[in-house]
Design a protein around this ligand. Structure first.
Ligand code: PMV
Length: 298
């Protein structure tokens, strides 16, 4: 018996960090993702690229996902188009792809809620107490407005006009859990100072969903800029992310911001004329590529 599973990566357009505190986040699936090929076996063996195969948590995650579908083992080969630890959802895409592959191996069809639940078990192993926005976006695809629960609420956002998004990587790995803990400490110590900023980040995500629905990309770009300033104030940016954002804006982007946990990882820029933006980011020493968000392939 063999089976395959695929899931796209994700980017957070607006609302990262705020989502941990119960505010909405606006996130989108990327055209690139993670694919797994499985052959039935006695126990789990994982090889390939896109997952840290030496990390013992990967095997534990596979066993947990297997248990959710009554599968005790499989030889799993992974291929990924996403950088690991880069804020593009590589771990969540792996978890969803694996859950899909395992469900297929078990002969289960039409069990998306169980797939999301199993993927969330794996995400908790990797990231402690994630909000769930990453694996939910990878599982649902398209653009989603997500609120963690309980109960979790997920709205699919229709896209009036595909978004030309430049995705840039700092090449600097970071820990999502550390960045989340840093902001949680600030909020706990001085709620009156930090809660309004966090709430504003969530409000931008909610309003940004309307921009996506209307195709109001200049308004969405302005929200990217405001969100980046707020996230910097919250201490989750870094010099590399600030440099990418600055260069992208000067090269004509309508707005730019860090995406995901910050402290490294990736930044995004909304760029109807992406060529000069990509060139400027590359000239500054960072990797950059264009991703159409909300197109048929995402
Ligand atoms: O590090 P990433 O790209 O997976 O993003 C995490 C998003 C946060 O809001 C910072 C954390 C979370 O659990 O939602």
């Amino acid at each position: 018996m063999s089976a395959v599973g695929f899931a796209p990566g994700k980017i957070i357009l607006l609302g990262e960090h705020a989502v941990v505190f119960g505010h909405p986040a606006l996130a989108a699936a990327l055209p690139q993702g993670v694919r797994v090929e499985l052959d039935a076996a006695q126990s789990f063996e994982i090889s390939g690229v896109g997952v840290p195969v030496d990390d013992p948590r990967v095997l534990v995650a596979a066993r947990e996902i297997g248990a959710a579908f009554g599968i005790t083992g499989a030889r799993v080969r992974v291929t990924s188009e996403l950088p690991t630890g880069g804020g593009l959802g590589s771990s969540a895409a792996f978890a969803v792809a694996l859950a899909r592959g395992v469900a297929a191996l078990a002969g289960r069809v039409g069990c998306e809620p169980e797939i999301e639940e199993a993927a969330f078990i794996a995400e908790r192993l990797f990231h402690g107490r994630p909000s769930g926005v990453d694996h939910t976006t990878c599982a649902r695809g398209g653009v989603v407005l997500f609120r963690k629960g309980p109960p979790t609420r997920v709205e699919q956002v229709s896209v009036a006009r595909s978004l030309p998004l430049v995705v840039a990587s700092t090449g600097k790995a970071r820990s999502t859990a550390t960045k989340v803990a840093g902001l949680a400490r600030l909020v706990e110590e001085a709620p009156a100072r930090w809660e309004p900023l966090v709430a504003r980040l969530g409000a931008l995500a909610e309003a940004g969903a309307k921009d996506v629905e209307r195709g109001a990309i200049a308004a969405l770009g302005a929200k990217f800029d405001e969100a980046h300033a707020l996230l910097s104030e919250c201490g989750v940016s870094c010099p590399e992310l600030d440099a990418i954002v600055d260069v992208a804006r000067k090269a004509g982007a309508l707005g730019a911001k860090l995406t995901g946990a910050g402290g490294g990882g990736a930044a995004i820029a909304l760029a109807p004329e992406p060529g000069p933006v990509i060139e400027a980011i590359r000239a500054a020493g960072f990797a950059a590529h264009l991703a159409w968000i909300g197109s048929e392939t995402a």
